[in-house]
Write a protein that binds this ligand. Structure first.
Ligand code: OSB
Ligand code: MG
Length: 367
């Protein structure tokens, strides 16, 4: 396949909610979108790097854009690429920067699927017409507010509710939610806010039957998670520290995680995501698809990816209308009874809503 032309849009999108985690508060996102054109078709990709400061992992939009431009110019536009799974190899000499690479790589998969006239699900090797949805709820101003927001999302049918925690906002809030919702599938995500010294404190979460505790220790650590896992009953899930199939394999072998949160941006694209899917199935890791507050572009990629066999738990793939007054795609991506329909039609099955793109766009470049 050959990309004839590429476009880069950068949008400033206000979120419908204030999203607080242990690493900070988000009220909007700076969203880079790439559009690849070739053979009368086009493909879409979204960048999920941090909008301003590197608070989740180390990539930011400002850091990514020069690299994205270089990748498009030197390795994508006008270059013959046999298959989207080959792009990562062409970019392997550029170290790290997986979110920047994923933005371009996922667009190439969408373009490829469009050229085949098939849903991305089928091209990736997935199956099914819907995926199971959970929801990730930020730190709330009070326990009462938390009970309200949990109740509202449970009533909507979400199959798992994840609460953000941090030191000072953990055992009490989890105890209150578990007390009010004894049967809810409940998880907690600390985004790396604890240290091994907190192990005795984190053990106090064990009685509440969390399905898993996500990334309690540092974003770049695996070994200490293996040590922590030995002293907790609650299974550990790794998010930030799984960056490829090798780290997933290592986490399984060390016993650092029984569950993996897979985000296609964090691991550099769909090709690596499929390798991790294979590792998870072979190593008996449970897995689910994480979210990065995506627009409809990234959300549609997540939905198609979630149809692979290794995705055994509900993902952070909730309704787009929770996040945006007006999404940047024309199709509504909404959960029904806790499941998200897979957008049918070629590729990821969504098209840009150009009036919305133009309204929120702060930059537009063509390559
Ligand atoms: O840790 O999973 C995370 C959002 C931004 C950065 C990190 C995380 C998250 C979420 C939100 O949990 C998931 C979503 O609703 O998209
Ligand atoms: Mg997480």
């Amino acid at each position: 396949m050959r990309v004839e032309r590429a476009e880069l849009h950068v949008l400033e999108l206000p979120l419908r909610f204030r999203y607080e985690t242990s690493f900070g508060v988000q009220t909007g996102r700076t969203v880079p979108l790439v559009v690849l054109h070739g053979d009368g078709a086009s493909g879409l990709g979204e960048g999920v790097m941090d909008s301003r400061l590197p608070l989740y992992r180390e990539e930011t939009v400002a850091g990514a854009l020069p690299l994205v431009r270089a990748m498009l110019r030197d390795h994508v536009v006008g270059v013959e690429i046999a298959h989207p799974a080959d792009l990562a190899g062409h970019l392997a000499h550029l170290r790290g920067n997986r979110m920047a690479k994923a933005m371009v790589e996922t667009a190439l998969w969408d373009l490829h699927a469009h050229q085949l006239g098939a849903p991305l699900r089928d091209v990736l090797g997935g199956s099914g017409t819907s995926v199971e949805c959970g929801v990730s709820l930020g730190i709330q101003p009070s326990i009462d507010a938390t009970l309200d927001v949990v109740g509202a999302h449970a009533a909507e049918g979400y199959r798992r509710i994840k609460l953000k925690i941090e030191p000072g906002w953990d055992v009490e809030v989890i105890a209150a939610v578990r007390g009010a919702f004894p049967l809810l599938t409940l998880t907690a995500d600390a985004n790396g806010a604890y240290t091994l010294d907190d192990a005795p404190h984190l053990r106090r979460l064990d009685p509440f039957g969390l399905d898993y505790l996500e990334q309690p220790l540092a974003w770049d650590d695996i070994a200490q998670h293996a040590i922590l896992a030995r002293s907790l009953e609650t299974p550990l899930c790794l998010d930030e520290s799984i960056v490829d199939a090798t780290t997933a394999e290592l986490a399984a072998q060390l016993g650092a995680a029984r569950v993996v949160n897979l985000k296609v941006g964090r691991v550099g694209g769909h090709a690596e995501a499929r390798r991790i899917d294979a590792v998870a199935r072979r190593a008996g890791l449970a897995m689910w698809c994480g979210g990065m507050l995506e627009t409809g572009v990234g959300r549609a990629h997540n939905i198609h990816l979630s149809t692979l066999a290794g995705f055994t738990k509900p993902g952070d793939v909730s309704s787009a209308s929770r996040y945006w007054d007006a999404d940047v795609v024309e199709q509504a991506l909404e959960c029904v009874d806790g499941t998200m329909p897979v957008p049918e039609g070629p590729g990821i099955g969504v098209t840009l809503a150009m009036p919305v793109v133009e309204r929120f766009r702060v930059a537009h470049e063509t390559f």
